[in-house]
Write a protein that binds this ligand. Structure first.
Ligand code: NAD
Length: 455
């Protein structure tokens, strides 16, 4: 694929103005909806080939979310593309003032492997709703899904509008050497830095949706049975290969035994006595990640789970306790079905622990004590999160989704997506019937008046 030539074609197409009308954008969004419906089986099968993700999870966490986002865009696009009036200021009287959302131009979307369809197509929805052209680079670690995305989008969209460039690190480097109008990257903090450095060479704006260790705090007032079910659900969906999965649990010492017992019961309830036989637990994406995860198991005591099968890249849902603070399972993002459970006695200890680490993407609190809830939410900085649940908050498109600090910058989903892929242009239209000469030189005698107006 000649990246330069493709980019030139997209630029020419964008400059023709073809992508800008609301009718065009809605038509393309409807086409994408049709694509996802007609090729649902292709996507389900490709993701299954890549890491045995069950169809329910593929629909609930990938395809269904994209449908929802498209519906929201189509419903609101007319409103969001209108001029938005703002009030005028005294110094500019008389004038009309407004903002208008304009597309950036040609957008590069770089996707990771863990939700390989959702994380490629959800940003695409925002980018085309905002009137841009798009180049998508899916992850090479899920080759079947990457191929399916390229094949399906290639069939339905013109390359000068939406193109898929498949490949690995070298392809990405080739893309990043070019000048895009916007780069939307989802992936690791390590590669996020590489992307930002490349973008800086052209002063290209970026959104970085990165990862990290998302803590989950359970205090002594929490409903332990529900907490355990929701934590295990969030940890085991996609086999823990989820950017907002609860990475580790900090539980108040009085609740520790109860929580552990309930966590074990939840695993057995969801996946049976031998989770390897369950059709509902995906596998680890590749051998490197499998070996990395297996390496964490001896770092603590195995409370339950701990079984592995390298031929099947299977790791059973595992609860680890008694973990030394410097263990790598507490230093690196886990990204697998292994849950370290650590204990605290005072709430301040839990806060200090979270704040001693990079700002997380997500933060979860299980409590029925409003004082603890507000203390925890106000004392820690994080991208987003929830009280008495995990992960599911990102299914609400009215909540902008994104990280802070090392977990990323910028947000998307719903209106936030439209705003992310739009430049807000500010316009003031001045009337001609009045031209107060106050601002013009000579300034003699005017300073005291400007000080009265602007103070
Ligand atoms: P990754 O950073 O390894 O790869 C992401 C993309 O970058 C891929 O398309 C890959 O081809 C490319 N890439 C890899 N190395 C590169 C290099 N040296 N130079 C240029 N490009 C390169 O991430 P991953 O392993 O695919 O995904 C897992 C990570 O993504 C986790 O950290 C996870 O938390 C994060 N993530 C974040 C979100 C979010 O929304 N914040 C969502 C999913 C995953």
């Amino acid at each position: 694929m000649n990246v330069k030539a493709l980019l030139d074609r997209q630029r020419t197409y964008f400059r023709s103005g073809a992508t800008k009308s609301v009718d065009f954008r809605i038509h393309q969004l409807e086409t994408l909806k049709k694509v996802i419906t007609e090729h649902e089986k292709d996507f389900v099968e490709a993701i299954y080939q890549d890491f045995k993700k069950p169809e329910f999870e593929t629909y609930a966490t990938e395809l269904g979310i994209i449908h929802d986002e498209i519906n929201l865009m189509i419903k609101n696009l007319d409103k969001w593309t209108q001029k938005q009036s703002v009030s005028g200021s005294l110094v500019n009287f008389p004038s009309q003032n407004y903002t208008v959302a304009e597309p950036y131009g040609t957008v590069l979307i770089i996707a990771p492997w863990n939700y390989p369809v959702q994380l490629a197509l959800l940003p695409m929805v925002g980018a085309i709703a905002a009137g841009n052209t798009v180049i998508i680079k899916p992850s090479e670690l899920t080759p079947n899904t990457s191929e399916a995305i390229a094949k399906v989008l290639g069939k339905w969209f013109k390359e000068e509008f939406v193109a898929v460039v498949e490949g690995g690190v070298e392809t990405n480097q080739e893309l990043l050497a070019e000048e895009f109008d916007y780069i939307f990257f989802t992936g690791s903090t390590r590669v996020g830095k590489i992307v930002m450095e490349a973008a800086a060479k052209h002063l290209t704006p970026v959104t970085l949706e990165l990862g990290g260790k998302s803590p989950c705090i359970v205090d002594e007032t929490a409903d332990l049975e529900t907490a355990a079910k929701r934590i295990i659900w969030g940890k085991c969906i996609n086999a823990g290969q989820t950017c907002v999965a609860p990475d580790y649990v900090l539980v108040q010492e009085k609740a520790t035994a109860g929580l552990l017992k309930n966590l074990r019961s939840a695993i057995a309830e969801f996946y049976g006595e031998d989770p390897q036989k369950s059709p509902d637990l995906p596998r680890i994406v590749n051998d490197d990640h499998f070996q990395r995860l297996k390496g964490y198991l001896p770092e603590g005591s195995i409370y339950c789970g701990g079984e592995t099968d390298s031929d099947d890249r299977y790791i059973s849902p595992t609860i680890l306790t008694d973990i030394p603070p410097k263990a790598s399972v507490m230093e690196e993002e886990i990204f697998g079905p292994i849950l370290p459970v650590l204990t605290y006695s005072e709430i301040g200890e839990a806060i200090d622990f979270v704040n001693s680490k990079p700002k997380p993407l997500a933060f979860y609190v299980f409590t029925e004590d409003e004082k603890n809830e507000s203390l925890l939410l106000n004392s820690c900085s994080f991208g987003g999160g929830s009280v008495n649940d995990v992960v599911a908050y990102l299914g609400n498109p009215d909540l902008p989704f994104g990280g802070v600090g090392k977990s990323g910058m910028g947000t998307y989903h719903g209106k936030a997506s439209f705003d992310t892929f739009s430049h807000t242009k500010s316009i003031m239209k001045k009337n001609l019937w009045l031209d107060i000469p106050f601002r013009y030189a000579p300034y003699d005698g005017k300073l005291k008046w400007i000080k009265k107006i602007l103070k």
